[in-house]
Design a protein around this ligand. Sequence first.
Ligand SMILES: [Zn+2]
Length: 342
Amino acid sequence: MPSYRLAALLIFLICFNSCGIVDAGEPAILTPEKKALVGIVNQRLETDWEAALKIWNLAEPGYREEQSAHLLSQMLSDANFEIEAKVAGIPTAFIASMKIGEGKPVLAFLAEFDALPGLSQTAVPYRQKREGSQYGHACGHHLFGVASTSAAISLAAYMKANKIPGTIKLYGCPAEEGGSAKAFMVREGLFDDCDAVLHWHPSSVNSAGDRSTLARLAAKFRFHGKAAHAAGAPEQGRSALDAVELMNHASQLLREHTPEGTRIHHVITSGGEAPNVVPEFAEVYYYIRHPESQIVKKLYQRLELCAQAGALATETKLEINYQGGIAEFSPTTPWHKSPCET
Ligand SMILES: [Zn+2]
């Protein structure tokens, strides 16, 4: 089978699998190859649901997804995939591979399984916090990891049964929610042997689109001031919280003068302990986004000026803890069209 046909099957499979976990119904018209793949996926539905619920309940945050990574690795290992654990020096990153025949082409799926802070939730369709955890799967990474894993296992089984050569890989990618683990994995050259890598994300519709994403830079702005009693000797203090507030005000004003599509958001992660103490330390955590990474870089420089302004006016010291950044997706239209072809 030519590699482009195999690639089309692979894309179809991951798109089908993401809806299969919600609804096992088949699309109306399918080639015999796709029909056979749907059959394999459907046999896995119970196992997949069970695994997804487990990962939902584990709700492990980025870079601490030990049990979720282990669960997915185990599913792949049980299906005779070779597992490389802790790749790129990341304890919860892994690669699973299955070589069939001569092993070419090399096609891969990405799997993610991290949860978000502050979104603890039981498995019910209304807000109900889960006791004992502050983390939750807000955007469906419990499905993401399992569906990709299941797609890799199903496609490998189909290729083996039909003697189609190739290598199927599954990349266990930690910390999608702001941790950018894939950037470190790329830097280690872990994707160098891949002919194609597929990615998907849970959503409210099942489709293959050629949308891009927003590029992002993240940084924590820390201000160091001088503590003093806020009533007894306020003139002795230099408020780190004031610096945060000034920086935030400056960034609100900055918004008006940014290119269309800019997103700036922040949370104050530390703002002092008591009202009667001038805070000697305060921290604000910012994301800045835009569809083009070149524009994000320029915007970030302007955001730093806002931080410097806050420090200057309050006589506090600024420390910037850069949290990393990611570029936007580059859509590949023919790839996105192929799963829609029957
Ligand atoms: Zn997500």
